[in-house]
Write a protein that binds this ligand. Structure first.
Ligand SMILES: *[C@@H]1O[C@H](CO)[C@@H](O)[C@H](O)[C@H]1NC(C)=O
Ligand SMILES: *[C@@H]1O[C@H](CO)[C@@H](O)[C@H](O)[C@H]1NC(C)=O
Ligand SMILES: *[C@@H]1O[C@H](CO)[C@@H](O)[C@H](O)[C@H]1NC(C)=O
Ligand SMILES: *[C@@H]1O[C@H](CO)[C@@H](O)[C@H](O)[C@H]1NC(C)=O
Ligand SMILES: *[C@@H]1O[C@H](CO)[C@@H](O)[C@H](O)[C@H]1NC(C)=O
Ligand SMILES: *[C@@H]1O[C@H](CO)[C@@H](O)[C@H](O)[C@H]1NC(C)=O
Ligand SMILES: *[C@@H]1O[C@H](CO)[C@@H](O)[C@H](O)[C@H]1NC(C)=O
Ligand SMILES: *[C@@H]1O[C@H](CO)[C@@H](O)[C@H](O)[C@H]1NC(C)=O
Ligand SMILES: *[C@@H]1O[C@H](CO)[C@@H](O)[C@H](O)[C@H]1NC(C)=O
Length: 349
């Protein structure tokens, strides 16, 4: 599993001053103070930027008395071609922009990867796209204009499933499965009724991808927003994984439980909304530990089996205690709660 190996290389951060003049040292100290100041400001800003939203949601969430912990695995009978026969699953799109040529008689499956930020969906999508017949077109709805209202969403989806959407992932005429990656907070929950209706009308299969360990996800969310800020400062796109894994976020232990619960509730709601669609539920941790799970995905998409590969680096490995600055605090907060397993679990349930 070479692709998960992460290289710790501390040497790269060492700044080598050419000559140790007092002026130079003073400049270094000044620069350091400035960087620290801006960094602290940004952290405060981040925390200030959306407290009201979380507050409101947290209060609502906490009042739900019998909420189950963990993202539920709602078992839906595997579609074997008889149960949902009214849904057209085989498509022969006729793109306006090109001809499908010799592949015009190959059926095309429509799918959507439904996920949350920092849940391994980028990695998963590169795996899918390594199949010579899969075109997964990325996070198309990260562009706000495309999800402004339901008509712009449907217009975008129509274009994607008609094979008229072009990205570097497009395999064009010989695509046997076409889709996109869609985050829950990109209009999907807001317009779920119309989207479910569209999925069922057009026979689009949903691939849910969630992360079991929501504490690890949270660490990843914080590290990623830090990394964006660091890039803003520097401008260069330097080694993403290296910066990310060196940074240890401080997690707000006061709001931690409600934050985790909020994520859980959102994921479960999505599963409920989409329960009438043809779908499969995947967990990032399972895919990492068990590559044969990918065969289930190919089978679900009715694609010929093929070895899928990705060179994307997994960022946070090792014990979580190495990745959280206020670990003792967090350990104490979750000790004895339903989320206790997040402290220990790596790629286990
Ligand atoms: C498909 O599902 C139906 C209804 O659940 C069942 O009766 C049938 O045996 C299944 N067919 C196969 C091939 O599994
Ligand atoms: C939807 O949004 C698009 C642009 O984002 C706009 O042109 C269109 O008029 C809007 N449609 C409705 C029904 O609001
Ligand atoms: C997959 O793509 C290849 C060309 O890249 C094509 O020859 C083949 O027919 C395609 N398979 C399917 C099932 O569409
Ligand atoms: C900016 O990136 C360069 C090139 O990778 C690196 O040498 C430098 O230390 C970075 N500066 C900061 C402030 O991160
Ligand atoms: C942590 O969260 C609580 C509750 O949301 C909030 O009142 C507090 O200000 C936060 N602490 C920090 C350091 O941001
Ligand atoms: C989907 O969820 C709704 C709401 O919880 C429920 O009423 C319905 O029976 C579910 N449908 C299926 C097919 O499970
Ligand atoms: C790996 O995944 C396959 C396919 O879902 C499953 O049959 C198998 O039991 C899994 N292996 C382990 C060790 O969990
Ligand atoms: C977390 O706290 C428990 C006690 O509640 C302790 O036994 C354990 O060693 C702590 N874990 C780490 C990694 O510090
Ligand atoms: C962890 O919780 C147990 C009871 O659930 C308690 O006995 C223990 O003292 C707690 N450990 C810490 C470090 O808070």
């Amino acid at each position: 599993m070479a692709e998960y190996i992460y290289f710790f290389n501390k040497d790269t951060l060492i700044v080598k001053p050419p000559k140790k003049s007092p002026m130079f040292l003073r400049m270094i100290v000044l620069l350091f103070a400035m960087v620290c100041g801006v960094f602290i400001c940004s952290i405060r800003l981040k925390q200030i930027s959306n407290p009201t939203r979380i507050r409101v949601q947290s209060i609502r969430v906490i009042q739900i008395p019998s909420i189950d912990y963990g993202i539920k695995q709602i078992e839906i009978p595997r579609d074997n071609g008889t149960q949902q026969s009214e849904i057209p699953l085989v498509h022969y799109p006729k793109p306006q922009t090109f001809s499908r040529a010799e592949c015009a008689h190959n059926p095309v499956q429509f799918f959507a990867i439904i996920s949350m930020q920092r849940s391994g969906s980028g990695w998963f999508e590169t795996l899918l796209n390594s199949h010579s017949n899969v075109s997964s077109n990325g996070e198309i709805f990260s562009v706000i204009d495309r999800r402004k209202n339901i008509s712009s969403i449907i217009k975008t989806l129509d274009k994607v499933y008609n094979l008229d959407w072009f990205t570097s992932a497009s395999k064009n005429e010989c695509s046997a499965a076409v889709g996109l990656k869609w985050m829950l907070n990109q209009g999907l929950m807001e317009h779920h009724k119309e989207i479910v209706e569209y999925f069922n009308r057009r026979g689009i299969s949903a691939i849910f991808l969630f992360r079991r360990n929501l504490l690890r996800r949270l660490v990843s969310v914080l590290a990623n927003s830090y990394d964006r800020y660091a890039k803003l400062l520097n401008g260069t796109h330097k080694s993403h994984a290296k910066t990310l894994s060196r940074y240890k976020p401080v997690i707000n232990s006061t709001s931690l439980i409600t934050d985790l619960k909020e994520v859980e509730v959102t994921a479960n709601k999505a599963l409920e909304y989409f329960n009438s669609t043809r779908h499969i539920i995947l967990y990032y941790e399972d895919l990492v530990t068990n590559h044969t799970k990918l065969n289930d995905v190919l089978e679900f998409l009715r694609l010929p089996q093929m070895e899928l590969t990705s060179r994307q680096v997994k960022i946070h490995t090792g014990s979580l205690s190495e990745h959280i600055k206020n670990w003792d605090d967090i350990n104490r907060t979750l000790n004895g709660t339903a989320y206790e397993s997040f402290l220990r679990a790596d790629y286990k349930k």
